[in-house]
Ligand binder design. Structure first.
Ligand code: GLN
Length: 451
């Protein structure tokens, strides 16, 4: 049924870069056969899922939304992918994204934009717009995203779906093509809170193949989603994430949702996190620095595209021609910024300074969590903007990440839950919940109470 739905709507929505029709049908048949034989089934046996095309899955191309990886077939499965398969989940295909997960609208994909099913003239968020749109268009009930600066939560917010960024290190980065290694976090996307929790449980937990994977028990996220209980919980509203620059409908739905939590027995207080104002600036130095290094491996020799290899050009010239042709404008912009920020003479002034700000943001969180159980804010300052509106204005695009970035810099757990439609444009609004590292269960407690 989901494959039929994809066939009917995906020409318009363009959530998928690759549809794995035959293999998905085989996987579904294998689940049926197992069931008929009385064999033990995985926890989400037969449930279809859409996989963001930045995680490897053997037998399907991994493009990362980039021309430089067009046609590249990965030789191994990401840990997340393997855990999905071990749970007997059916993988429908790979979803569209901003090139190498850089962007907030999915317009930076080399394969064309994804459209928001709520209004197809608008963006579905980014970078994981394909995964979020697949859910909102009922092409898949579950999806996997990755969140480096908001790429699970912001698409969730603008498509009216649930997006969870687990604690950094709570889900494995093995087989995730790196954007910024100290920030990247795979996570679950779904249309409701319990579905997200069930998927989260399947992919979470220690992986010895990822050196930053946390070797600690996963909290009872499914129990928390089922409990849906916020009575006695202390919830802090972040003073710095709201007010001027936030759409009236976003503020209205956010305020109503906070009032609902209060009526359900939560204790609401205002909390100040003064360094959050510098999060965006710090992130847009740290992220380009890390990605300029991570993307150096696309050198025309090891992966994907090779341009100008005619026996006349030197290896260096082939490398330059390949990177010129294979990378889009945003990727080039960030490589240049990152290379500059890391260069000798500038390192302390830019990268070093940004790392200090990162520490101050983590301390803001620590101070807040000494007093409250979770923090809340709108997920994004505005609802889905129009396709084309911000493509030529990188700073306007970066502002979509204003509320989501602090959690990436600090590494704590964070999620976006739908809280209704903005009255002025009828588009979905998301509420963000931020919890301490390894307290991912608290996100689900709050999200399920709101549902
Ligand atoms: N909008 C953020 C960026 O462009 C999102 C990154 C991400 O989470 N992958 O960097």
């Amino acid at each position: 049924a989901h494959l039929d739905r994809i066939a009917a709507v995906d020409d318009l929505v363009h959530a998928f870069l690759h549809i794995d029709r035959d293999r998905a049908l085989d996987q579904a048949a294998a689940v049926d056969a197992k069931r008929a034989a009385g064999e033990r089934l995985g926890p989400l046996a037969g449930v279809p899922l859409a996989l963001k095309d930045v995680l490897t899955y053997t037998g399907a191309p991994t493009t990362c939304g980039s021309k430089i990886l067009e046609g590249w077939m990965p030789p191994y499965n990401a840990t997340v992918t393997q855990r999905l398969l071990d749970a007997d989940i059916v993988i429908l295909g790979k979803t569209n994204l901003d090139e190498f997960a850089m962007g907030s609208s999915t317009e930076n994909s080399a394969y064309g934009p994804t459209r928001n099913p709520w209004d197809t003239d608008r963006i579905p968020g980014g970078s994981g717009g394909g995964s979020a749109a697949a859910l909102a268009a009922f092409e898949a009930p579950l999806a996997i995203g990755t969140d480096t600066g908001g790429s699970i939560r912001q698409p969730g917010a603008v498509t009216g779906t649930v997006g969870v960024k687990p604690t950094y290190g709570g889900t494995s980065r093995y087989g995730l093509v790196a954007l910024a290694s100290s920030l990247d976090t795979p996570g679950p996307c779904a249309r409701n809170v319990l579905d997200a929790a069930l998927l989260h449980r399947v992919i979470a937990g220690h992986d010895p193949r990822d050196s930053t994977s946390i070797d600690a028990p996963v909290p009872d996220i499914v129990g928390a989603a089922r409990a849906a209980d916020v009575s006695g919980m202390k919830i802090g509203v972040v003073k710095e994430l709201g007010g001027e620059g936030y759409a009236p409908g976003v503020e209205q739905r956010f305020t109503e949702a906070v009032a609902l939590l209060e009526s359900l027995g939560a204790d609401i207080v205002e909390v100040s996190c003064p360094h959050f104002d510098y999060a965006l600036a710090a992130y847009y130095l740290i992220l380009p620095s890390e990605c300029s290094s991570n993307l150096a491996k696309f050198d025309a020799m090891r992966f994907g595209l090779r341009v100008g290899d005619d026996g006349v050009l030197s290896a260096e010239q082939v490398m330059a021609a390949t990177r010129e042709a294979g990378f889009g404008a945003e990727v080039k912009r960030r490589i240049i910024i990152g290379t500059y920020a890391l260069s000798s003479g500038y390192y302390d002034a830019y990268y070093g300074q940004a790392q200090k700000v990162r520490t101050l943001i983590a301390r803001d969180f620590e101070a807040a969590f000494a007093d409250v159980d979770v923090l809340v804010s709108p997920t994004t300052p505005s609802t889905a903007f129009r396709i084309g509106e911000r493509v030529d204005d990188p700073l306007a695009m970066y502002k979509a990440d204003l509320c989501t970035i602090p959690s990436n810099l600090a590494g704590n757990a964070s999620a976006s839950f739908p809280v209704g439609l903005a009255p002025e444009d009828g588009l979905p609004v998301g509420l963000q919940v931020m919890a301490p590292p390894l307290a991912d269960d608290r996100l689900y407690r709050v999200g399920a109470a709101l549902e």
